[in-house]
Design a protein around this ligand. Structure first.
Ligand code: PXL
Length: 275
C-alpha cells in the first residue's frame, strides 16, 4: 500500500486557482504528497483594500485543523496567509500542539494584485510568535524589508545581508527570494552556519501569480519526503522556475504559473548553487 507523506497547508483560498490553498494543493499533487488544508480566509478578486478578504472564524479554523489531525495526520506544514493577530496566535498554538517540526512559513503580506493578506498590526505577532517556530521562512524582498523595519532591499548584496540578519533575528533558517532583482533570480538561504545562493536565469514573463506560494509548498513537500533543507530548496526552485517558464494566461491579466510543467516538460533551467 502506497502512503504518500502528508502535507498540510494553512492558508487563504485564492479563487483564481494560482496561489494560496489552490496553488498549494496543485503543487502537492504534482510532487506526490498527500495534501490537506486549513482555510484561514477567502480572498476574492482584485481587492484594493482588504474589503474582499473574508477571514474565517477561529472556530472554523480549529474545526478544520482537528479534522486533519484526526483523519489524516501531518508530516509537514506550510503556512501562508493568516491575515490577523488573532489567527496567527491560535494557529501557532495549534501547530505547537502537534509537535510537527517540519514547518515552512511563507510570511505573505501583500499579494501581486495588491490584496492585503496580513494586517499591518499583525506583523509583530508573526515575528515574535510564529516565525521562531518555523524550520524555514521564505520572505520575498518586500516582506524581508518589512520584517527588518523597512530597510531598503534592492541589490543581490542587500538580499544576502537580509537573509543573514533575519536569521539572527528569528533564529530559524531564512530564504530571501530575489524574484524582484534585476538580472538573475538569486535566492539566499541562511541557516545560521552557511549562506547559500540558488540562482536561476530571469524569465521574461508576467505570469508568475502564485509562484511564492508554490515555492514554499514545494519546499514543504520535499521536506516531508525526507530531503534536507538545502536539497528541498534546490528541488523546489527547479519546480517553481519550471512552472514560471511555462506560465500562461487565459485573459488579459497576470496569469498563473503552470504547476504541472515539471512533470510534463522536465526541468526547464539548471539552478546554480554557491556559497
Ligand atoms: O500569492 C500570495 C497569496 C497568498 N494567499 C492568497 C492569495 C495570494 C495572492 O493573491 O490570494 C490567499
Amino acid at each position: 500500500m502506497v502512503k504518500p507523506p502528508r502535507v498540510l497547508t494553512i492558508a487563504g483560498s485564492a479563487a483564481g486557482g494560482s496561489a494560496g490553498i489552490q496553488g498549494d494543493i496543485k503543487t502537492f499533487q504534482e510532487l506526490d504528497v498527500y495534501g490537506t488544508s486549513v482555510i484561514t480566509a477567502i480572498v476574492g478578486r482584485h481587492p484594493i483594500t482588504d474589503k474582499n478578504v473574508h477571514p474565517q472564524t477561529i472556530e472554523a479554523i480549529e474545526g478544520q485543523f482537528h479534522t486533519v489531525r484526526q483523519q489524516v495526520g501531518i508530516d509537514a506544514i506550510k503556512v501562508g496567509m493568516l491575515f490577523s493577530e488573532e489567527v496567527i496566535e491560535r494557529v501557532t498554538e495549534l501547530i505547537m500542539e502537534t509537535g510537527v517540526k517540519n514547518l515552512v512559513v511563507d510570511p505573505v503580506m501583500v499579494g501581486k494584485l495588491r490584496s492585503v493578506l496580513l494586517r499591518d498590526d499583525a506583523i509583530d505577532m508573526l515575528r515574535k510568535k510564529l516565525l521562531p517556530q518555523a524550520m524555514i521562512i521564505t520572505p520575498n524582498m518586500p516582506e524581508a524589508s518589512l520584517l527588518l523595519d523597512g530597510r531598503t532591499i534592492e541589490t543581490p548584496e542587500d538580499v544576502r545581508q537580509a537573509a543573514i540578519d533575519l536569521q539572527k533575528q528569528v533564529k530559524t533558517a531564512v530564504l530571501v527570494k530575489g524574484g524582484r532583482l534585476e538580472g538573475p533570480a538569486k535566492d539566499v538561504l541562511c541557516d545560521g552556519t552557511s549562506v547559500t545562493t540558488f540562482e536561476a536565469p530571469r524569465i521574461d514573463t508576467d505570469h508568475t501569480s502564485g509562484a511564492g506560494c508554490s515555492y514554499a509548498a514545494a519546499i514543504a513537500a520535499y521536506i516531508a519526503k525526507g530531503e534536507t533543507l538545502h536539497d528541498a530548496v534546490l528541488k523546489a526552485k527547479q519546480f517553481v522556475t519550471t512552472a514560471i517558464e511555462h506560465g500562461f494566461t487565459y485573459t488579459e491579466e497576470v496569469g498563473p504559473t503552470y504547476h504541472a510543467a515539471m512533470r510534463r516538460f522536465g526541468i526547464a533551467h539548471d539552478i546554480k548553487v554557491y556559497e
